[in-house]
Write a new protein. Structure first.
Length: 410
Protein backbone atom coordinates (compact mmCIF):
# COMPACT_ATOMS: atom_id res chain seq x y z
CA UNK A 1 0.00 0.00 0.00
CA UNK A 2 2.85 2.34 0.92
CA UNK A 3 4.67 1.56 -2.32
CA UNK A 4 1.57 2.20 -4.41
CA UNK A 5 1.00 5.55 -2.70
CA UNK A 6 4.50 6.86 -3.37
CA UNK A 7 4.52 5.55 -6.93
CA UNK A 8 1.18 7.21 -7.63
CA UNK A 9 2.31 10.48 -6.06
CA UNK A 10 5.58 10.61 -8.00
CA UNK A 11 4.08 9.65 -11.36
CA UNK A 12 1.28 12.18 -10.86
CA UNK A 13 3.78 14.95 -10.14
CA UNK A 14 6.01 14.17 -13.10
CA UNK A 15 2.99 13.62 -15.35
CA UNK A 16 1.74 17.13 -14.63
CA UNK A 17 5.18 18.59 -15.33
CA UNK A 18 5.47 16.70 -18.63
CA UNK A 19 2.07 17.98 -19.78
CA UNK A 20 3.08 21.53 -18.95
CA UNK A 21 6.40 21.08 -20.75
CA UNK A 22 4.60 19.92 -23.92
CA UNK A 23 2.81 23.25 -24.07
CA UNK A 24 6.01 25.21 -23.54
CA UNK A 25 9.36 23.89 -24.75
CA UNK A 26 11.16 26.30 -22.45
CA UNK A 27 9.17 25.20 -19.41
CA UNK A 28 12.10 23.33 -17.83
CA UNK A 29 15.30 25.20 -17.01
CA UNK A 30 18.40 23.28 -15.97
CA UNK A 31 19.89 24.37 -12.65
CA UNK A 32 23.44 23.01 -12.63
CA UNK A 33 25.21 21.98 -9.47
CA UNK A 34 27.93 24.16 -7.99
CA UNK A 35 31.34 22.67 -8.82
CA UNK A 36 33.31 25.44 -7.15
CA UNK A 37 35.59 24.92 -4.19
CA UNK A 38 33.20 26.83 -1.93
CA UNK A 39 31.26 23.65 -1.18
CA UNK A 40 31.54 21.34 1.82
CA UNK A 41 30.13 17.84 2.19
CA UNK A 42 27.27 19.35 4.18
CA UNK A 43 26.17 21.13 0.97
CA UNK A 44 25.75 17.84 -0.91
CA UNK A 45 22.01 17.67 -0.29
CA UNK A 46 21.43 20.86 -2.32
CA UNK A 47 24.45 20.63 -4.63
CA UNK A 48 22.70 18.55 -7.31
CA UNK A 49 21.43 19.24 -10.83
CA UNK A 50 17.76 20.22 -10.87
CA UNK A 51 15.17 21.14 -13.48
CA UNK A 52 13.17 24.20 -12.53
CA UNK A 53 9.52 24.06 -13.52
CA UNK A 54 8.91 27.28 -15.46
CA UNK A 55 8.67 30.36 -13.27
CA UNK A 56 7.51 28.37 -10.28
CA UNK A 57 9.74 28.07 -7.20
CA UNK A 58 9.69 24.27 -7.62
CA UNK A 59 12.63 22.25 -9.02
CA UNK A 60 12.84 18.51 -9.62
CA UNK A 61 15.58 16.00 -10.29
CA UNK A 62 16.91 12.60 -9.41
CA UNK A 63 19.35 9.86 -10.28
CA UNK A 64 19.33 6.21 -11.25
CA UNK A 65 21.81 3.36 -10.63
CA UNK A 66 21.92 -0.18 -12.02
CA UNK A 67 24.56 -2.89 -12.47
CA UNK A 68 25.31 -6.43 -13.55
CA UNK A 69 27.81 -8.55 -11.66
CA UNK A 70 29.43 -11.96 -11.70
CA UNK A 71 30.97 -12.89 -8.35
CA UNK A 72 32.42 -16.07 -6.91
CA UNK A 73 32.91 -16.95 -3.24
CA UNK A 74 35.42 -19.75 -2.72
CA UNK A 75 34.78 -20.91 -6.28
CA UNK A 76 30.97 -20.94 -5.98
CA UNK A 77 28.93 -18.47 -8.04
CA UNK A 78 25.26 -17.57 -8.43
CA UNK A 79 25.95 -16.55 -12.02
CA UNK A 80 25.14 -13.22 -13.59
CA UNK A 81 23.00 -10.95 -11.43
CA UNK A 82 21.28 -7.84 -12.82
CA UNK A 83 20.24 -5.30 -10.21
CA UNK A 84 18.24 -2.09 -10.31
CA UNK A 85 20.02 -0.66 -7.31
CA UNK A 86 18.04 2.50 -6.83
CA UNK A 87 16.11 5.36 -8.37
CA UNK A 88 15.93 8.56 -6.38
CA UNK A 89 13.68 11.58 -6.89
CA UNK A 90 14.35 15.11 -5.59
CA UNK A 91 11.82 17.90 -5.21
CA UNK A 92 12.89 21.30 -3.89
CA UNK A 93 11.13 24.59 -3.39
CA UNK A 94 12.31 28.10 -2.58
CA UNK A 95 9.46 29.37 -0.44
CA UNK A 96 11.41 32.56 0.29
CA UNK A 97 14.99 33.53 -0.49
CA UNK A 98 15.81 32.41 3.06
CA UNK A 99 13.34 29.53 3.35
CA UNK A 100 13.91 26.31 1.39
CA UNK A 101 12.40 22.86 1.34
CA UNK A 102 13.94 19.72 -0.15
CA UNK A 103 12.75 16.12 -0.26
CA UNK A 104 14.55 12.98 -1.43
CA UNK A 105 12.61 9.76 -2.00
CA UNK A 106 14.56 6.62 -2.85
CA UNK A 107 13.25 3.47 -4.52
CA UNK A 108 15.67 0.57 -3.94
CA UNK A 109 15.73 -2.72 -5.86
CA UNK A 110 12.69 -1.81 -7.92
CA UNK A 111 10.10 -0.97 -5.27
CA UNK A 112 11.25 -3.55 -2.73
CA UNK A 113 12.29 -0.72 -0.45
CA UNK A 114 11.02 2.87 -0.47
CA UNK A 115 12.56 5.43 1.85
CA UNK A 116 12.11 9.12 2.52
CA UNK A 117 15.77 9.94 3.01
CA UNK A 118 15.39 13.70 3.36
CA UNK A 119 12.42 16.01 3.80
CA UNK A 120 13.47 19.13 5.64
CA UNK A 121 12.72 22.81 5.86
CA UNK A 122 15.66 25.23 6.14
CA UNK A 123 15.28 28.73 7.56
CA UNK A 124 18.30 31.00 7.24
CA UNK A 125 18.66 33.75 9.83
CA UNK A 126 22.37 34.18 9.09
CA UNK A 127 24.87 32.16 7.01
CA UNK A 128 26.23 30.84 10.31
CA UNK A 129 22.78 30.24 11.81
CA UNK A 130 20.31 28.09 9.86
CA UNK A 131 17.45 26.15 11.44
CA UNK A 132 16.66 22.76 9.87
CA UNK A 133 13.72 20.54 10.79
CA UNK A 134 12.05 17.43 9.39
CA UNK A 135 13.56 14.18 8.15
CA UNK A 136 17.29 14.84 7.90
CA UNK A 137 20.43 12.82 7.23
CA UNK A 138 22.61 12.48 10.31
CA UNK A 139 26.01 13.99 9.36
CA UNK A 140 28.27 11.16 10.52
CA UNK A 141 31.31 10.88 8.27
CA UNK A 142 30.95 12.24 4.74
CA UNK A 143 29.30 9.46 2.75
CA UNK A 144 25.96 9.52 4.57
CA UNK A 145 25.20 12.97 3.15
CA UNK A 146 27.25 12.80 -0.04
CA UNK A 147 26.04 9.40 -1.27
CA UNK A 148 24.59 10.03 -4.76
CA UNK A 149 25.64 7.21 -7.10
CA UNK A 150 26.69 9.39 -10.09
CA UNK A 151 29.37 11.03 -7.94
CA UNK A 152 31.26 7.77 -7.41
CA UNK A 153 33.41 5.53 -9.62
CA UNK A 154 32.31 2.35 -7.84
CA UNK A 155 29.13 0.31 -8.21
CA UNK A 156 28.88 -0.70 -4.55
CA UNK A 157 28.73 1.69 -1.65
CA UNK A 158 31.55 1.46 0.94
CA UNK A 159 31.19 -1.46 3.34
CA UNK A 160 32.13 0.63 6.38
CA UNK A 161 29.52 3.27 5.52
CA UNK A 162 26.64 0.85 4.93
CA UNK A 163 27.35 -2.25 7.04
CA UNK A 164 29.13 -0.78 10.05
CA UNK A 165 27.63 2.69 9.90
CA UNK A 166 23.99 2.68 8.73
CA UNK A 167 24.19 4.83 5.59
CA UNK A 168 21.96 6.12 4.31
CA UNK A 169 20.76 7.01 7.84
CA UNK A 170 17.91 9.49 8.25
CA UNK A 171 15.82 10.44 11.26
CA UNK A 172 13.20 12.96 12.29
CA UNK A 173 14.63 15.86 14.19
CA UNK A 174 15.87 19.41 14.07
CA UNK A 175 18.95 21.45 14.67
CA UNK A 176 21.33 24.10 13.43
CA UNK A 177 23.93 24.36 10.70
CA UNK A 178 26.07 27.11 9.25
CA UNK A 179 29.05 28.12 7.11
CA UNK A 180 31.62 30.87 7.18
CA UNK A 181 34.13 31.63 4.42
CA UNK A 182 37.15 33.92 4.44
CA UNK A 183 39.79 33.99 1.72
CA UNK A 184 40.91 30.40 1.12
CA UNK A 185 39.17 28.96 4.17
CA UNK A 186 35.64 27.65 4.68
CA UNK A 187 34.29 26.50 8.03
CA UNK A 188 31.04 24.61 8.52
CA UNK A 189 29.17 22.98 11.36
CA UNK A 190 26.04 20.92 11.95
CA UNK A 191 24.32 19.99 15.23
CA UNK A 192 21.07 18.02 15.34
CA UNK A 193 18.84 16.23 17.84
CA UNK A 194 16.84 13.38 16.30
CA UNK A 195 15.17 10.08 17.03
CA UNK A 196 17.80 7.40 17.35
CA UNK A 197 18.74 3.75 17.48
CA UNK A 198 16.84 0.91 19.11
CA UNK A 199 17.68 -2.52 20.53
CA UNK A 200 17.78 -4.09 17.08
CA UNK A 201 21.44 -3.08 16.88
CA UNK A 202 22.15 -6.03 19.22
CA UNK A 203 19.04 -8.12 18.51
CA UNK A 204 19.08 -8.84 14.79
CA UNK A 205 19.44 -11.56 12.17
CA UNK A 206 23.12 -10.68 11.59
CA UNK A 207 23.93 -12.13 15.04
CA UNK A 208 26.37 -9.33 15.79
CA UNK A 209 26.40 -5.68 16.78
CA UNK A 210 24.94 -4.12 13.64
CA UNK A 211 23.87 -0.47 13.62
CA UNK A 212 22.04 -0.65 10.25
CA UNK A 213 19.45 -3.00 11.82
CA UNK A 214 17.71 0.02 13.38
CA UNK A 215 16.69 1.16 9.89
CA UNK A 216 14.21 -1.74 9.79
CA UNK A 217 12.08 -0.08 12.48
CA UNK A 218 9.12 1.47 10.58
CA UNK A 219 8.10 3.55 13.60
CA UNK A 220 11.33 5.52 13.94
CA UNK A 221 9.86 8.41 11.94
CA UNK A 222 6.98 8.88 14.36
CA UNK A 223 8.30 7.95 17.79
CA UNK A 224 11.51 7.58 19.76
CA UNK A 225 12.04 4.19 21.39
CA UNK A 226 13.22 5.54 24.74
CA UNK A 227 12.44 9.25 24.58
CA UNK A 228 16.12 10.23 24.60
CA UNK A 229 17.34 12.14 21.53
CA UNK A 230 20.32 11.10 19.44
CA UNK A 231 22.88 13.88 19.07
CA UNK A 232 24.81 14.18 15.83
CA UNK A 233 27.37 16.91 15.37
CA UNK A 234 30.02 17.74 12.82
CA UNK A 235 32.60 20.41 12.12
CA UNK A 236 34.36 20.73 8.77
CA UNK A 237 37.19 22.88 7.48
CA UNK A 238 38.13 23.34 3.83
CA UNK A 239 41.09 25.06 2.30
CA UNK A 240 40.42 25.80 -1.36
CA UNK A 241 43.93 24.64 -2.26
CA UNK A 242 44.41 21.63 0.02
CA UNK A 243 41.00 20.02 0.57
CA UNK A 244 38.47 19.36 3.31
CA UNK A 245 38.62 17.58 6.65
CA UNK A 246 35.62 16.79 8.82
CA UNK A 247 35.19 15.54 12.39
CA UNK A 248 31.83 14.15 13.47
CA UNK A 249 30.15 12.27 16.30
CA UNK A 250 26.82 10.57 16.95
CA UNK A 251 25.82 9.68 20.51
CA UNK A 252 22.69 8.50 22.28
CA UNK A 253 20.87 5.83 24.29
CA UNK A 254 19.63 2.87 22.25
CA UNK A 255 17.70 0.70 24.73
CA UNK A 256 14.31 1.14 26.38
CA UNK A 257 15.43 1.44 29.98
CA UNK A 258 12.14 2.44 31.60
CA UNK A 259 8.48 1.62 30.89
CA UNK A 260 5.62 3.36 32.71
CA UNK A 261 7.98 4.32 35.50
CA UNK A 262 9.35 0.79 35.90
CA UNK A 263 13.12 0.57 35.45
CA UNK A 264 13.92 -2.21 32.97
CA UNK A 265 17.66 -1.81 32.49
CA UNK A 266 20.50 0.64 32.79
CA UNK A 267 20.89 3.24 30.07
CA UNK A 268 23.00 1.73 27.30
CA UNK A 269 24.83 4.12 25.02
CA UNK A 270 25.92 3.95 21.41
CA UNK A 271 28.71 6.31 20.41
CA UNK A 272 30.25 6.90 16.99
CA UNK A 273 33.19 9.08 15.98
CA UNK A 274 34.33 9.69 12.40
CA UNK A 275 36.92 11.59 10.42
CA UNK A 276 36.67 12.28 6.70
CA UNK A 277 39.01 13.92 4.22
CA UNK A 278 39.12 14.76 0.53
CA UNK A 279 41.58 16.57 -1.68
CA UNK A 280 42.64 16.96 -5.29
CA UNK A 281 46.36 16.83 -5.96
CA UNK A 282 47.62 19.69 -8.16
CA UNK A 283 48.89 19.07 -11.70
CA UNK A 284 47.87 15.38 -11.73
CA UNK A 285 44.27 16.17 -10.64
CA UNK A 286 44.28 13.00 -8.56
CA UNK A 287 41.20 12.94 -6.31
CA UNK A 288 41.58 11.29 -2.90
CA UNK A 289 38.56 10.72 -0.69
CA UNK A 290 38.17 8.69 2.47
CA UNK A 291 36.71 8.32 5.92
CA UNK A 292 37.26 6.25 9.05
CA UNK A 293 34.87 5.64 11.92
CA UNK A 294 34.89 4.12 15.39
CA UNK A 295 31.82 2.65 17.11
CA UNK A 296 31.33 1.91 20.82
CA UNK A 297 28.21 0.12 22.07
CA UNK A 298 27.33 -0.78 25.66
CA UNK A 299 26.40 -4.44 25.13
CA UNK A 300 24.78 -6.30 28.08
CA UNK A 301 27.03 -8.78 29.89
CA UNK A 302 24.44 -11.50 29.24
CA UNK A 303 25.19 -11.40 25.50
CA UNK A 304 27.80 -13.71 24.00
CA UNK A 305 31.13 -12.32 22.84
CA UNK A 306 30.10 -12.42 19.18
CA UNK A 307 28.31 -9.12 19.89
CA UNK A 308 31.15 -6.64 19.89
CA UNK A 309 31.22 -3.48 21.96
CA UNK A 310 33.83 -1.82 19.73
CA UNK A 311 34.06 -1.57 15.94
CA UNK A 312 36.14 0.39 13.46
CA UNK A 313 36.44 0.67 9.72
CA UNK A 314 36.70 2.92 6.74
CA UNK A 315 37.69 3.34 3.13
CA UNK A 316 39.88 5.39 0.84
CA UNK A 317 39.24 6.10 -2.85
CA UNK A 318 41.90 7.26 -5.30
CA UNK A 319 40.64 8.50 -8.68
CA UNK A 320 43.05 9.45 -11.48
CA UNK A 321 41.77 11.01 -14.73
CA UNK A 322 43.78 9.58 -17.63
CA UNK A 323 41.91 10.96 -20.66
CA UNK A 324 40.05 14.26 -21.09
CA UNK A 325 38.85 14.92 -24.64
CA UNK A 326 36.03 14.45 -27.09
CA UNK A 327 35.05 10.76 -27.22
CA UNK A 328 32.17 9.24 -29.24
CA UNK A 329 30.76 12.72 -29.80
CA UNK A 330 30.85 13.70 -26.12
CA UNK A 331 32.82 16.95 -25.95
CA UNK A 332 34.13 16.83 -22.39
CA UNK A 333 34.38 13.10 -21.76
CA UNK A 334 36.69 11.77 -19.05
CA UNK A 335 38.19 8.32 -18.51
CA UNK A 336 39.30 7.56 -14.95
CA UNK A 337 41.39 4.88 -13.30
CA UNK A 338 40.41 4.35 -9.68
CA UNK A 339 40.95 2.10 -6.71
CA UNK A 340 39.14 1.67 -3.41
CA UNK A 341 40.66 0.10 -0.29
CA UNK A 342 38.28 -0.74 2.55
CA UNK A 343 38.32 -2.49 5.90
CA UNK A 344 35.89 -3.22 8.75
CA UNK A 345 36.46 -4.88 12.11
CA UNK A 346 33.03 -5.62 13.58
CA UNK A 347 34.39 -6.89 16.90
CA UNK A 348 37.57 -5.37 18.29
CA UNK A 349 38.92 -7.35 21.20
CA UNK A 350 39.91 -10.78 22.45
CA UNK A 351 38.09 -13.80 23.83
CA UNK A 352 37.88 -13.71 27.63
CA UNK A 353 38.66 -17.41 27.96
CA UNK A 354 41.74 -17.69 25.72
CA UNK A 355 42.95 -14.18 24.99
CA UNK A 356 42.88 -14.94 21.26
CA UNK A 357 41.77 -12.09 18.98
CA UNK A 358 38.18 -12.03 17.73
CA UNK A 359 38.47 -12.16 13.95
CA UNK A 360 35.15 -10.81 12.64
CA UNK A 361 36.71 -8.71 9.87
CA UNK A 362 36.53 -7.92 6.18
CA UNK A 363 38.93 -6.18 3.83
CA UNK A 364 38.47 -5.38 0.17
CA UNK A 365 40.26 -3.93 -2.83
CA UNK A 366 38.28 -2.62 -5.79
CA UNK A 367 40.17 -1.42 -8.90
CA UNK A 368 37.96 0.46 -11.35
CA UNK A 369 37.81 1.95 -14.82
CA UNK A 370 35.14 4.57 -15.43
CA UNK A 371 33.94 6.58 -18.40
CA UNK A 372 32.14 9.89 -17.89
CA UNK A 373 30.53 11.17 -21.11
CA UNK A 374 29.39 14.11 -18.98
CA UNK A 375 29.91 15.12 -15.39
CA UNK A 376 26.45 13.83 -14.46
CA UNK A 377 26.71 10.34 -15.99
CA UNK A 378 29.17 7.52 -15.35
CA UNK A 379 29.76 4.03 -16.74
CA UNK A 380 31.92 1.99 -14.37
CA UNK A 381 33.73 -1.33 -14.59
CA UNK A 382 34.94 -2.71 -11.26
CA UNK A 383 36.77 -5.81 -10.14
CA UNK A 384 35.84 -6.57 -6.53
CA UNK A 385 37.99 -8.77 -4.32
CA UNK A 386 37.37 -9.15 -0.62
CA UNK A 387 38.21 -11.53 2.21
CA UNK A 388 35.97 -12.06 5.23
CA UNK A 389 36.83 -13.99 8.40
CA UNK A 390 34.47 -15.24 11.10
CA UNK A 391 34.89 -14.62 14.83
CA UNK A 392 36.95 -17.81 15.28
CA UNK A 393 39.54 -16.84 12.69
CA UNK A 394 38.82 -19.70 10.30
CA UNK A 395 40.28 -19.35 6.78
CA UNK A 396 38.77 -16.30 5.11
CA UNK A 397 35.93 -16.61 2.62
CA UNK A 398 37.35 -15.13 -0.59
CA UNK A 399 35.03 -13.32 -3.00
CA UNK A 400 36.01 -11.95 -6.39
CA UNK A 401 34.39 -10.92 -9.62
CA UNK A 402 33.46 -8.21 -12.08
CA UNK A 403 30.77 -5.55 -11.87
CA UNK A 404 29.61 -3.27 -14.66
CA UNK A 405 27.11 -0.52 -14.03
CA UNK A 406 25.88 2.92 -14.90
CA UNK A 407 24.57 5.84 -12.94
CA UNK A 408 23.21 9.20 -13.99
CA UNK A 409 21.40 12.24 -12.73
CA UNK A 410 18.28 13.18 -14.65
Amino acid sequence: MKSQFYLTLCFWLFGVLVLLAQNDSTFFKRITSDSSKNQLNLDAVYNRPFLQAGKTPVAVGGYVESKVEYLQTDGVSEGYQFQMQRMTLFVSSSIHRRIKFLSEIEFEEGTKEINIEFASLDLQFNPMFNLRGGILMNPIGAFNQNHDGPKWEFNDRPIAATQMLPATFSNVGMGLWGKYAKKNWIFGYEAYLTNGFDEQIINNTENKTFLPASKLNPDRFEENTNGRPLFTGKIALRNRKFGEIGLSTMQGIYNKFVDDGLILDEKRAVRVWAIDFNTTLPKLNTFINGEWAWVAVNVPETFTQQYGNRQSGGFIDVVQPIVRRKIFGFDNAVVNLACRLEFVDWNIGTFKETGDPIEDKIWAIVPALSFRPSAQTVLRLNYRYHAQTDILGNPAALTGGFQFGLASYF
